[in-house]
Design a protein around this ligand. Structure first.
Ligand SMILES: Nc1ncnc2c1ncn2[C@@H]1O[C@H](COP(=O)(O)OP(=O)(O)OP(=O)(O)O)[C@@H](O)[C@H]1O
Ligand SMILES: [Mg+2]
Length: 364
């Protein structure tokens, strides 16, 4: 059961106001047919509000939403060909799994055989064959979420809207469902808009991600772009772990910049010299896994020296904190490969890095 057609969604300056508060403001996005697109942001940033407007349960106070070339403001939710799985996927407690999934199809007055075959197909897509007769209370949390998903898939929507569908599950189950969801979405090739505040989920699942802050999109891109080239402190910290070190631009070069941070450490980093002024403050973003430690005496590559302030063993890696200046600590992740040298508190070590992995951000 492939999606008949997969929708293209265009948001044009969409806004929603509750009293004096713009819960969503000036959101413009183009979501392509078959794409897995994620809205990522902290609690209260307007994710659900955006999804409700796309589904038709709320009307924008500004801008418009265009699906497959048609403005849809005047189209009621049930005619939008949209499947929405809620933040807390409410199932009918008194109905069996099968009847829960058939519910929307019966409402649409589809023929009995068509309903039976669609229910069977949807349950097999989410791996719930054999549990047709159970009630929701007789299912695990993950199974309940699968029923909610099957119920939505059964109506064969052209657009799938998922509002934190995995948030009620424990961590291992969430990781497993994440993989299943990715496979299902790939198989169905159905345009999917996914809402989450979990960056790992967003990175793992999405073709593209829009990061929302206080109702507005502050950066949009592929998971790799957001991770490697954050444009603000907010995105750098929200998408992955980041060292954000206060630094100063001390030289503008033809193809990059020289920055100084910590106790007089200087490092060439990529960046457009036309966008920075000599002497201006900046935040140097260094990902913990992009840094390598060497004994201070034998380091060769690009890098600088610091002192080990703490080390935590996490099974697959060692997590170090290095002091590189008065009050400046740097987190470094080193894979625990058995043979690799382990550094101790107080050791002088050399931090090596590929300068291409460093990013300069506006100071605040
Ligand atoms: N019906 C409403 N009336 C008034 N304010 C609302 C209403 N719905 C949402 N809000 C407010 O709009 C803002 C955005 O809410 P929304 O539910 O879209 O956030 P969210 O990003 O989905 O958050 P969460 O991750 O907690 O689900 C919040 O400040 C919220 O309090
Ligand atoms: Mg929400």
């Amino acid at each position: 059961m492939r999606a008949k057609l997969s929708s293209e969604v265009r948001l044009e300056g969409v806004g929603k106001r509750y009293g004096a508060l713009w819960a969503v403001q000036g959101v413009s996005l183009d979501i392509l047919p078959g794409e897995f697109f994620t809205l990522l942001g902290p609690s209260g940033c307007g994710k659900t509000t955006l999804l409700r407007m796309i589904a038709g349960f709320a009307l924008p106070d500004a801008g418009r939403i265009v699906v497959d070339g048609q403005p849809i403001d005047h189209i009621p939710p049930w005619q939008r060909d949209v499947g929405l799985v809620f933040q807390h996927g409410a199932l009918w407690p008194h109905l069996s799994v099968k009847d829960n999934v058939a519910f929307g199809l019966r409402e649409r007055k589809l023929p009995r055989e068509e309903i039976a075959s669609r229910v069977a197909a949807a349950l097999s897509q989410v791996g719930l064959e054999g549990l047709e007769a159970r009630r929701p209370s007789q299912l695990s949390g993950g199974q309940q979420q699968r029923v909610a998903l099957a119920r939505t898939l059964a109506v064969q929507p052209r657009l799938l809207l998922l509002d934190e569908p995995l948030s009620s599950l424990d961590a291992p189950l969430r990781a497993q469902m994440r993989l299943e969801l990715a496979r299902l979405q790939r198989d169905l090739a159905i345009t999917t808009i996914y809402v989450t505040h979990d960056q790992a989920e967003a990175l793992a699942l999405s073709n593209r991600v829009a990061v929302l802050q206080a109702g507005s999109v502050i950066q949009e891109g592929t998971p790799e772009e957001l991770y490697r080239r954050p444009r603000s402190r907010f995105v750098a910290e929200f998408v992955g772990a980041a060292n954000l070190v206060p630094a100063e631009i001390v030289e503008l070069r033809e193809t990059g910049l020289l920055v100084e941070f910590g106790a007089g450490i200087r490092l060439p980093v990529p960046g457009d010299p036309a966008r920075w002024r000599l002497g201006s403050r900046t935040l140097l973003c260094l990902r913990p896994e992009a840094l390598r430690l060497e004994e201070a005496a034998i380091g060769r590559g690009m890098g600088f020296v610091g002192t080990v302030a703490s080390r935590v063993f996490e099974g697959d890696r060692h997590l170090y904190e290095l002091r590189i200046g008065e009050g400046t600590l740097l987190r470094v992740e080193m894979p625990a490969l058995g043979e690799g040298r382990i550094f101790r508190l107080g050791d002088r070590v050399r931090v090596e890095l590929n300068p291409e992995s460093a990013v300069l951000l506006p100071p605040e």
